[in-house]
Ligand binder design. Structure first.
Ligand SMILES: [Zn+2]
Length: 251
């Protein structure tokens, strides 16, 4: 399914306009019903603010500073026109799911499996040259090892099995932003690229804590800095976390 990432500053009447326009346009053109809309808020998600397709106030796509000023004058029809453009753009793009989303889907599936197996909802997938080479899920309770996180566990097991210590040619997909420990492991193993779904702040907010950009803090202060892509299939990743941590303490 295609997704439009709709960026907005905060809940405001233009978000309501956008939601109304989405509903109306889907009525008018059934093709639009196959396009998912993900609402992204800059303050909460500065790390992905640059990857949006459309602002809830469309003509301000270019000038961030003028947003509040001009928002006062934006009629509903203009917002609807902008949403329609975003739908049309999504229809023109490739129908195939990009690789990042495919691999993230797998990591999220593993996060669900981890809970079924009695552990916490985190999954990780290792990819080289477009192929999955290893997967792992959180196993802290079944292995009686509080450090057996999805990512750290994957690195331990994969490197031991292959007899290697360098993952610069690999991409690691994690359903949630890696913690300080796992981010550290990614430095020591010289990981090439990290892709994650939910952020640590989003995870911690569910639990009632503040959280932080832990992977960024580690990478910025280390000798090795993996490339990072954040927020891939974020909504799905968050849903799994919410399902679990709504009923469980974090371990
Ligand atoms: Zn971890």
């Amino acid at each position: 399914m295609k997704t439009i990432r709709m960026f907005h500053i905060d809940e405001c009447k233009y978000c309501d306009f956008a939601r109304q326009a989405i509903a109306e346009l889907r009525e008018e053109n059934p093709e639009y019903q196959n396009i998912e809309i993900e609402m992204i808020n800059e303050e909460k998600h500065p790390e992905i603010a640059e990857n949006y397709d459309y602002w809830s106030v469309p003509s301000l796509f270019i000038d961030h500073d003028k947003i509040f000023e001009a928002a006062l004058f934006m009629p509903y029809e203009t917002v609807k026109e902008g949403v329609k453009l975003a739908f049309e753009k999504a229809l023109e793009t490739e129908t195939e799911m990009p690789d990042d989303e495919l691999f993230m889907k797998k990591a999220i599936e593993l996060s669900v499996k981890a809970v079924e197996h009695g552990n916490e909802p985190f999954g990780a997938v290792l990819v080289k040259d477009g192929e999955i080479v290893f997967t792992n899920e959180n196993q802290i309770y079944t292995m009686h090892d509080p450090t057996f996180h999805g990512e750290a566990g994957l690195i331990h097991r994969f490197c031991a099995e292959k007899g290697i210590t360098d993952l610069r040619d690999y991409t690691l997909y994690s359903s949630c932003e890696p913690c300080f420990m796992c981010s550290g492991a990614m430095v020591w193993v010289k990981l090439g690229r990290l892709v994650y779904g939910a952020s640590n702040i989003e995870l911690e907010n569910i639990i009632g804590n503040e959280g932080c950009n832990c992977s960024r803090i580690v990478f910025e202060n280390s000798f090795w800095k993996p490339k990072v892509t954040a927020g891939v299939l974020r909504e799905q990743a968050i849903e799994v976390l919410r399902d679990y941590f709504g009923n469980h303490e974090k371990g």
